[in-house]
Ligand binder design. Structure first.
Ligand SMILES: NC(=O)C1=CN([C@@H]2O[C@H](COP(=O)(O)OP(=O)(O)OC[C@H]3O[C@@H](n4cnc5c(N)ncnc54)[C@H](OP(=O)(O)O)[C@@H]3O)[C@@H](O)[C@H]2O)C=CC1
Ligand SMILES: CC(=O)N[C@@H](CCC(=O)OP(=O)(O)O)C(=O)O
Length: 344
């Protein structure tokens, strides 16, 4: 397979390359840039010396059209214009940004403060939460890869909402992310001296992943709800831990909650239902495509604490994008993604 990465110099792009390098069906990887045409990739990233000594390529539709797959790992507002001319020209398109995720264009404009992608392209796109949308992904030519936070949240709560074990009307979600979630462009909030030794909340009640999570709950469980969702920055490089709180339906037991998660994911290699809370942590999934999930009923309040943990750059971005590519090409989902977590 011939694969192209637009935004190869970013964090998502580098992770795509790290996994695609080990993918047995990938023969050629084109690295595309909007700002550094001709730069030798390994000069910019010396850890890739003698591995990727090729020059970065200018974004050119005729070259991209010859690929089997084109990944866009670019800031929001970029693929909305870059991808539409490639629709129906041959390659499968996989977008890691939020540009094709929200079906309601006004909602995209109001949450992302950017001009939405053309309606026809958004209508054509398929939401790439692999474990929940495999059939549609299989036949899709344009994938909207989910956001990092929505992946951790949705994989942990969707089974419990679908089986009516929790009340979705008062979902409170508290999520924390490592700094690589903000991409490679330095800013005050990601500056080492300001982020290190600090734990902060950001985008209170205004995070762009709120409508995405609500839309996916509706799409996969036929439930309309509004959520409270807040995000925090943790002074570490990788990882997301998302904790959701919800009242359980009357009479629901701890065993029912765990059984529901276990049976939902028994045939899904990348979602692991964890039995002990002490085994949940970002270092248990770091560098891997796993999503670990956990649920605990508080017998006193009848509220469930539901946790999802991922590596934001892998299951939250590049890993899930490659998992979707595997589904599109009829390959086993694990192809190229079988790295075990770093742990330390
Ligand atoms: N970081 C994360 O954990 C996650 C990120 N995402 C989403 O994935 C996308 C990529 O994220 P991430 O890799 O972190 O971002 P980065 O900021 O690290 O990288 C983005 C890359 O996009 C390229 N780019 C910038 N502007 C343009 C443009 N106008 N046209 C073409 N390319 C452009 C740049 O490369 P160059 O200058 O060489 O063109 C840049 O290196 C974003 O939309 C992000 O929101 C989704 C899930 C998780
Ligand atoms: C730590 C951090 O800043 N994380 C980013 C994650 C953004 C992201 O993944 O953007 P999409 O909208 O393309 O999904 C944020 O919270 O905005």
């Amino acid at each position: 397979m011939k694969v192209s990465i637009i935004g190869a110099t970013g964090y998502g792009g580098l992770e795509l390359l790290r996994f695609l390098h080990n993918h047995k069906e990938v023969e050629e990887i084109g690295l595309f840039t909007s700002s550094e045409e001709g730069t030798v990739f390994s000069d910019k990233f010396p850890h890739l010396t003698n591995i990727y000594n090729q020059p970065l390529l200018k974004i050119d539709y005729d070259v991209l059209a010859k690929s089997d797959v084109v990944f866009a790992s670019t800031p929001s507002g970029v693929s909305s214009t870059l991808f539409p001319p490639l629709v129906n020209r041959g390659p499968k398109l996989i977008d890691l940004s939020g540009d094709f995720r929200l079906k309601n264009l006004e909602s995209y404009e109001s949450w992302y403060k950017k001009k939405p992608a053309p309606k026809e392209a958004v209508e054509k796109s398929v939401y790439g939460l692999t474990e929940w949308n495999e059939a549609a992904i299989k036949t899709s030519d344009l994938i909207a890869n989910p956001g990092c936070y929505p992946t951790a949240v949705l994989l942990s709560i969707l089974p419990l909402i679908k089986h009516q074990l929790i009340d979705p009307s008062f979902l409170v979600i508290d999520a924390k992310s490592g700094i690589s979630g903000a991409g490679n462009k330095p800013s005050n909030t990601t500056h080492y001296s300001e982020a290190n030794e600090s734990f902060s909340i950001y985008k209170i009640n205004e995070h762009q992943h709120i409508p995405e999570i609500e839309q996916a709950i509706s799409m996969f469980t036929d439930t309309e709800t509004t959520i409270t969702f807040n995000t925090h920055l943790v002074p570490m490089t990788r990882g997301i831990l998302a904790t959701s709180y919800a009242q359980v339906t009357e009479g629901v037991t701890q065993k029912q909650l765990v059984d529901c998660l276990t049976s939902t994911y028994e045939n899904h290699p990348f979602v692991r239902v964890i039995q002990e809370a002490s085994s949940m942590g970002t270092n248990r999934v770091k560098g891997s495509n796993y999503c670990d999930i956990y649920v605990k009923l508080d017998e006193r309040t009848k509220r469930a604490t539901i946790i999802g943990v991922i590596d934001n750059l892998v299951k939250g971005a590049a890993g899930q994008a490659i998992q979707n590519m595997n589904v599109q090409f009829g390959l086993p989902q694990q192809t190229g993604l079988q790295l075990v977590p770093y742990f330390i």
